[in-house]
Design a binder for this molecule. Sequence first.
Ligand code: AMP
Length: 280
Amino acid sequence: MKIIRTPRAMTAAMTALQRRGRSVGFVPTMGALHDGHLSLVRAARKRASDVAVSIFVNPTQFGPREDLAKYPRPFARDCRLLREAGVRYLYAPPPGAVYPAGHETYVVQERLPARLCGAVRPGHFRGVLTVVLKLFQVVRPDLAFFGQKDYQQSVVIRRMVKDLDLPVKVVVCPIVREPDGLAMSSRNVYLSAEERAQAPTLHAALRLGRAAIRAGERSPRKVLGAMRAILAAIPGASIDYVSAVHPDTLEDVRTLRPPLVLLVAVRIGRTRLIDNWIVR
Ligand code: AMP
């Protein structure tokens, strides 16, 4: 696996591949890799002839009181996992290579980022969209792989790709979970043993909501209320949102008629967890 540190060297490596008729599948990450990330790598290996992964803890998507400094960075372990997964190219630039002094251009969307996570993390999606566009410019992938785990992120990225006519196909892959249902996340390591034991309640709340909808319940107030009640019972939890939204517009639905997406975001202690379920 080649580890590449500068945009220029990465673009040179990728264009050399594409000149040889190879297709590039790209998996952007912030590292601290787990099986959710590796499922994206496996999907990319199936659909592209070469896989490029990036590891970049993107400062512009963290709020001033968020966990940028303490975000886990087990780089040697990540490299080993990627090598074992058959990744040929790792792009791991230092922050100064992505945002050199004087950087002041950002990607801003009008409406989608104001909802859900964006409402509680102002500026987050501006940072995400900016870095993803910059990574696309450098890597020039044929296909790019994202996880449904970050549902709103997948929607804003698809929107940007359409709106800016970017020549890349976005593929969104299913959520990978721990055996007890907790969605895998690099942030799960922050949870204490007691918090970790409570964390599968997010998944349980989504299952409850899905079961009610499948049984024919159509009232968001009733279903979201029941979900909220079991989340509120987690000791030390504070709920950011429990929502049922249209899959593309992210607007709240007025009646629970599929297709829709149930989403939850909960802080347990100091750790913010998100999860979602697409009801088709
Ligand atoms: P991150 O390193 O958290 O920025 O995540 C990088 C990519 O992995 C994003 O597209 C995430 O949606 C995806 N991802 C993170 N956790 C999971 C998971 N449990 N299952 C599937 N994809 C995931």
